[in-house]
Design a protein around this ligand. Sequence first.
Ligand code: 5GP
Ligand code: ZN
Length: 121
Amino acid sequence: IPAAFDAACIFCKIIKGEIPSFKLIETKYTYSFLDIQPTAEAHVLVIPKYHGAKLHNVPDEYLADILPVTKKLAIALDLAVDSPEGVGYNVLQNNGRIAHQEVDHVHFHLIPKRNEKTGLI
Ligand code: 5GP
Ligand code: ZN
């Protein structure tokens, strides 16, 4: 599968290693890494190795790998959290400036929620 990158895109540069990132899982179709300005501890981004600004610009084979990778990351998070009810988290994905998208390369946020009682994420 030929990867389609945009030389000026910050997330394409991260995939290519031109900008450093804290990499988590990398597959044929996806790359995941820690968000540089986390809204919560262990805030993760999962992105396709294809430059598409919005969800509908990305081919299905790339999108099809996003949720399995997000699931693996959530499993790791769940194992890391010593909480009886398990970890809580949000998965979200913004499209367009009007919807709060800042980086025009599709990305899924995996945002753990801190348990206020235990202090654990
Ligand atoms: P958006 O608002 O577009 O949905 O989210 C973009 C996210 O990308 C933000 O949470 C922001 O902190 C993150 N981000 C922007 N630039 C970089 C970067 O160079 N490295 C990393 N790791 N995250 C970034
Ligand atoms: Zn890109």
